[in-house]
Ligand binder design. Structure first.
Ligand SMILES: [Zn+2]
Length: 405
């Protein structure tokens, strides 16, 4: 083993990057002088410094990637189904998913270039051994095997073989592809507000809607690291990904609406109406009064003086309300509900700043914030939440089919 070579990646990188047996790793650069680190912004870089990365070859990646995640929507079949989205009120994401019950008929095999692992459970030792058997020992770092056996959580896997191959196929620089892939996995880490969820059956990632929102949000965070002109090529990379990943721009397109909180066990008729309302919100229609009358509002607002709030609203927020929520301001509007309506917008503004986004779309960031908070709450399956996410995911998928290369 070559001692000088083995420390190159690890020593010059701000984060811990281990080559666990990938010959193609030498084609990618992780040195501290690379813009890979500069573009991250502070918060993502801080996260990167905490999370070790293992570079693995494609055969190792096949063992590491959980089989339940090795599927994605088939572009052509999903396109046929989603073409009915704007015409057919009865089309739900459930319907899209059930058309392909486990037999992959509506799905195709997904080939991963990266993986973020947060779960605190220990990987089965046969998997660990199998990964090590498949390593190319000539290019493996001395520290890599020990670190891998310790299985620090969380950690990230990246597959240089697939990064280089996919970059060549698309005609982009492998280094740019690496940046996109690495930021994407770090974005999952930034949104990981509840690691315990990842090991449970409540993990929304196990559903098509959860996967669509998580992957679109991860791509949104990734996309906002780049500036022109590189961002054009990043868009090209993302356009080559599965449909579930491509709704990142659409996250900022539909008007932002607050998570409606628990509605409890509710009659089918109410759930149908709720779905209809969300769909019309996603499709750009004004918020209908029904959502405010039936959905409960929890907790008192923090604002001490309603008068002060009124003044701010009158001077600053009237155009925002109209543009983002389609609401014509009426100051008799119940204070609590109005503040609740505005909150995601402000949360989005804060999160965009905190994440060091080059692209400050408050609506998109508001949605990412909601998603992080939803997971932090343990991803409750109350229809008040789930219908909102299902309708958002369907909207994202419907707009993704329009961006296929
Ligand atoms: Zn992902």
């Amino acid at each position: 083993m070559n001692a000088a070579k083995e420390s190159l990646i690890w020593r010059r990188a701000p984060a811990r990057i281990y080559n666990l047996g990938s010959p193609a790793a030498g084609k990618l650069r992780f040195g501290h002088e690379e813009r890979l680190w500069a573009q991250m912004g502070e918060k993502m870089r801080q996260t990167a410094l905490k999370i070790p990365v293992f570079l693995v070859n494609d055969k190792q990646m096949d063992v590491l990637y959980p089989p339940r995640m090795q599927k994605c929507l088939d572009n052509q079949k999903a396109r046929e189904m989603l073409s009915k989205y704007e015409k057919d009120d009865d089309l739900t994401i459930d319907w899209l998913e059930k058309k392909a019950p486990g037999d992959f008929s509506g799905y195709t095999i997904f080939v991963a270039v990266g993986l973020y692992v947060s779960c605190s459970s220990v990987a089965p030792s046969p998997v660990v051994e199998e990964v090590l058997v498949r390593a190319d020992r000539d290019c493996m770092d001395a520290q890599a095997e020990k670190s891998f056996r310790d299985l620090p959580r969380p950690h990230i896997y990246l597959c240089p073989e697939r990064i280089v191959e996919a970059a060549h196929e698309l005609g982009v620089e492998p280094q740019l592809y690496l940046e996109t892939a690495y930021y994407h996995e770090l974005a999952h880490a930034l949104m990981d507000s509840n690691p315990a969820l990842k090991c449970s059956n409540d993990d929304p990632y196990l559903t098509l809607w959860g996967r669509t929102i998580e992957e679109s949000a991860a791509n949104w965070i990734t996309y906002t690291r780049f500036q022109e002109p590189d961002v054009y090529l990043v868009q090209k990379i993302m356009a080559s990904q599965p449909l579930e990943y491509r709704g990142y721009l659409a996250l900022g397109e539909a008007p932002l609406y607050p998570l409606p909180a628990d509605v409890g066990p509710s009659p089918a008729e109410f759930r149908r109406e709720l779905r209809k309302q969300f769909r019309s919100v996603m499709q750009g229609e004004s918020v209908r009064p029904m959502l405010f009358s039936k959905v409960s509002v929890q907790g008192p607002p923090d604002y001490a003086s309603w008068e002060a709030v009124q003044k701010i609203i009158q001077t600053l927020l009237t155009p925002v309300l109209l543009a983002h929520f389609g609401i014509k301001l009426d100051l008799r509007y119940p204070e609590q509900k109005l503040i609740r309506l505005m909150m995601p917008y402000f949360q989005g503004m804060n999160l965009a700043g905190e994440m060091g986004a080059q692209v400050p779309n408050r609506t998109a960031w508001g949605r990412v914030f909601q998603w992080i908070e939803y997971k932090r709450k343990g991803a409750p399956c109350d229809p008040g939440y789930v219908i909102y996410w299902e309708e958002l995911a369907l909207f994202l998928l419907a707009s993704s089919v329009k961006t296929s290369l």
